[in-house]
Design a protein around this ligand. Structure first.
Ligand code: ADP
Length: 659
């Protein structure tokens, strides 16, 4: 007996002791595994001429009331002894990682864990006390059986004689037969219900109706017996029961149906089953084309981001079918990177069956479909943004970062498309706004879109420069994602659409508005008067500033007066292309050592009482004091910006000295 891998064991414990109410999903999981195994076989037959599939590919469902078993079998690709060990001895790695995380956070909340990722095959242990999996890999002779009670471990052994299921016995047979030995029914748990034709039919219709292969079950039917030739006038018809293999799912691929013929709950169920999701999709898009290029597409915008969306392991793509055969599970060419979260299916008879990655990329039909797909997603998002803002904000929270990267990675060439989909936190309105909304209420004389960047929104909102901009009537976008500023740099400006003028309101012409970081040293929000005062103060205190700059050494490139500090005595800002926030983000990146640095400027407020102290120290010729003050001012300004002080010990010492 082999032991399960640790993470699998935890999951199995959970399955066995599950209080999950939807135990019946075990059937959909098994059928969907079978369907995958059939897909794999039919796909292999396309690429490998030694593999021929001439029999009908199907899934078979059976139950035995006396033995209390349910059997799910398929004539798919099958598994070797090694496959059985590898595939059923451990759960999928990515799923298990997540499982561990989830499990450490909320002990006992098994409902979510079961729902959150494809628990697949193991879900059978929610209803079964023992499970056997007999399988014969395509092209191999031996039948192997995996057996387990889900607790102690599992065995894999070669089957002989009567242990070989009939379906796998014939020469050339292949596929898998899974038998669940149901737990006894108890008051809390009714397993008997699954031992009925009616219940199994219902479950197939509910969860597996659109599986493309026939799900067949031998069902009992009744018919009138033939009327004997010598039957008299008083003949009463007699009935007999007989067995017939019936296909109990609809099989029409759901993506071929018009959306008006499908209920949303069926789409939801299909989505959850096919993509191993546990929440309904946020949006469903079904569209079709006929003519020169024909295809059916069914796309979903998920309502939550997969946990690995931003990791290297995440694979984008749509399932690509041609004439009902799955060609590629994740055809990446069908989705741009910034819509990588979309799940779905494209089925086109026009895509050639001659499958290799190269031909797919060069396939012009495929490119045409990809363009349509992108357009459809785009307009769905626009409509969500305009008609269901709440849902759109949730969408943006999940996937907005990807859209921003889309602009950044395209060096801005995708800005025109993607910028209208962006949302930012408005300091003024304390809610998310679009750039168009921001632009629509720009103050008279405002010629820039202002933003502040950092990792903490509350802190940004409290920054003196943000307050100052708001006081001038300029809203500020508070940006907390690492990509934000880099994106603004490649975007440079936002294109504001012109508006038509009517008799009361003059229209505006289309124009471009630049983005500006409110923290930038060269930002000019001051009034003419404030500027004049600042200039005078600069002129008068030239020596003071050069002395301060000297004492701060290479920490700053210059010290100067700023008229836009509000109540703050000083602040650190950056001039040039790299802002303080960008410096911080770059320092966390892979090329930290080579990352360009911000050119720091210490700006002082000539209206602040502290400034007089500086002037006094300078005119008294007290260089030590001036150095102490400069250093303190610089350090406290860093703290206000949320940046670390270079030397905390020196900072603490300076504070004490002052006291
Ligand atoms: P998942 O289907 O999410 O990968 P499962 O635990 O349900 O996880 O199944 C694990 C693996 O076992 C599958 O990926 C597949 O390789 C294999 N498997 C399960 N059922 C079958 C089957 N009926 N035929 C062939 N292989 C199967």
């Amino acid at each position: 007996m082999k032991k399960f891998k640790t993470e699998s064991q935890k999951l199995l414990d959970l399955m066995i002791n599950s209080i999950y109410t939807n135990k019946e999903i075990f059937l959909r999981e098994l059928i969907s595994n079978s369907s995958d195994a059939l897909d794999k076989l039919s796909f292999t037959s396309l690429t490998d001429k030694d593999v021929n599939v001439d029999e009908q590919l199907a899934i078979n469902l059976a139950f035995d009331k006396d033995a209390r078993t349910i059997t799910v079998s398929d004539n798919g690709i099958g598994m070797s002894a090694e496959d059985l060990d590898k595939n059923l001895g451990t759960i999928a790695h990515s799923g298990s990682e997540q499982f561990k995380e989830e499990n450490s956070d909320h002990q006992g909340e098994d409902v979510d864990i079961i729902g959150q990722f494809g628990v697949g095959f193991y879900s059978s242990f929610m209803v079964a006390e023992k499970v056997t999996v007999a399988s014969r890999a395509y092209g191999q002779d031996g039948v192997n059986v995996w057996a387990s009670d889900g607790i102690k471990g599992y065995t894999v052994s070669e089957a002989t004689g009567d242990d070989v299921p009939e379906a796998l016995a014939a020469p050339g047979a292949h596929g898998t037969v899974i038998t669940l030995f149901l737990r006894p029914s108890t008051e809390e748990e009714d397993t008997d219900q699954f031992l009925s034709e009616w219940k199994l039919r219902e479950l197939v219709r509910q969860y597996s109706n659109y599986v493309r292969y026939p799900v067949q079950m031998m069902v009992e039917k009744s018919r009138e017996k033939e009327k004997p030739a010598d039957a008299g006038d008083d003949y009463k018809p007699e009935y007999e029961t007989y067995q017939e293999l019936e296909t109990i799912n609809s099989m029409t691929p759901i993506w071929k149906k018009r959306s008006s013929d499908v209920e949303q709950k069926d789409y939801d169920e299909f989505y959850k089953t096919t993509f191993h999701e546990w929440q309904d999709p946020a949006r469903t898009l079904s569209f079709h084309a006929e003519g020169a290029l024909s295809y059916d597409a069914l796309l979903f915008i998920p309502s939550a981001a997969p946990f690995d969306l931003y990791s290297k392991d995440y694979e984008k793509g749509l399932a690509l079918y041609t004439s009902n055969v799955l060609i590629q599970e994740k055809c990446a060419d069908l989705l741009p990177d910034y819509y990588n979260f979309v799940r779905g299916i494209v089925d086109s008879p026009d895509v050639t069956l001659n499958i290799s990655r190269e031909t797919l990329q060069q396939n012009s039909q495929l490119r045409a479909i990809a363009r349509r797909v992108e357009k459809k997603i785009h307009s769905e998002l626009e409509s969500m943004r305009d008609n269901d803002r709440e849902a759109y904000e949730k969408f943006f929270e999940n996937f907005g970062r990807g859209l921003k990267f889309g602009i950044y990675n395209s060096y801005g060439s995708k800005s025109a498309d993607l910028a209208p989909l962006l949302l930012f936190w408005s300091a003024k309105h304390e809610k998310m706004v679009t750039l168009a909304e921001y632009a629509a209420e720009m103050a008279d004389g405002q010629d820039k879109i202002y933003y502040a960047a950092g990792d903490d929104r509350d802190r940004l909102a409290k920054m003196p420069v943000v307050k100052n901009a708001l006081d001038h009537g300029f809203d500020v976008l508070l940006c907390t994602q690492d990509v934000d500023e880099f994106m603004f740099q490649v975007m440079r400006s936002y294109h504001v659409e012109g508006t038509a003028g009517d008799s009361e309101h003059a229209g505006t012409e289309a124009h471009d508005v630049d983005f500006a970081n409110v923290s930038a040293a060269d930002l000019d929000l001051a009034t003419e008067e404030e500027k004049k005062e600042a200039e005078e103060a600069s002129e008068k205190n030239k020596d003071l500033f050069s002395a301060m700059s000297e004492s701060l050494g290479d920490k700053v490139t210059s010290v100067r007066v700023s008229a836009q500090l509000g109540e703050a005595p000083a602040r650190v800002s950056a001039e040039g292309p790299v802002s303080l926030e960008m410096e911080r983000v770059l320092e966390q990146g892979p090329d930290a050592a080579q990352a360009p640095k911000a050119q720091r400027v210490l700006e002082v407020n000539a209206q602040h009482p502290v400034f007089e102290k500086l002037v006094a120290a300078k005119s008294a010729g007290d260089d030590d004091k001036l150095a102490l003050y400069s250093s303190l001012l610089y350090d406290q300004a860093l703290l206000v910006e949320g940046l670390p002080v270079d030397d905390p010990v020196a900072f603490a010492r300076n504070v004490c000295e002052l006291m």
